[in-house]
Design a protein around this ligand. Sequence first.
Ligand SMILES: Nc1ncnc2c1ncn2[C@@H]1O[C@H](COP(=O)(O)OP(=O)(O)O)[C@@H](O)[C@H]1O
Ligand SMILES: [Mg+2]
Length: 246
Amino acid sequence: MPAPLLQLKEVTKRYAASGGADGVSVLAGITLEVARAETLAIVGPSGSGKSTLLQIIGTLDRATSGEVLLDGKNLAALDDLQLAAVRNQQIGFVFQSHYLLPQCTVIENVLVPTLAQSKAESRKLKAEIPAACAERLLKRVGLGERLHHRPGQLSGGERQRVAVVRALINQPQLLLADEPTGALDHASATSLGQLLVELNKEEGVTLIVVTHAMELAKRMARVLTLSDGRLAEAPSTNIQAPEKLQ
Ligand SMILES: Nc1ncnc2c1ncn2[C@@H]1O[C@H](COP(=O)(O)OP(=O)(O)O)[C@@H](O)[C@H]1O
Ligand SMILES: [Mg+2]
């Protein structure tokens, strides 16, 4: 069996106390394996640590203890510069807010992550040149006519699709999405969820989605619940109707 793309072993996270406050223990020992090209949803109530977990997986934060292995590399052993390279090359992020640069066009926004790397490094194993890849993916998500528009000229759903393309532009192994449909109307949320799963298949990118929207979570092959700092298989009887959560 091929090694999993991602392995977490007894990962804990504790935020240190500040001022007179007590410290908070958010993750109490997370063990998880995610295979290449798999789709996984992590659900759980607000404040249960979903974003914290995704940020640790995405190298935006470090675990307090335990191990995170991405493609066999132990993230704890990497310095900040090495982590930044992993984040840029191997991981794509989509958040609830699109974080597009308002003064840049759609295609310029999509190309931003390609600026942070040398040409040799960026395209070592990747045949496609960035601008061609940007155009192909923007067409794929239905924005072929919007390449030179600015974010302010797009709908919320269109902006979020630009954010998805930007997350994929360096052809990462892992796409992490934190409440990606949280700011969208129901129709846009439905089509974004569908698009994420299609791109997972077409681009072969592993997809981890954190959400409280069961309609989105149920599109993923596996759904895990985070509560009391631990992950468990989501029992189907506890799954609320999507319309209550959208
Ligand atoms: N940087 C931080 N410092 C201190 N506490 C934090 C920090 N980030 C998150 N927390 C706390 O950790 C808990 C989990 O937060 P979060 O991961 O954002 O949950 P979720 O995404 O599931 O809503 C919350 O109690 C939150 O207040
Ligand atoms: Mg969150």
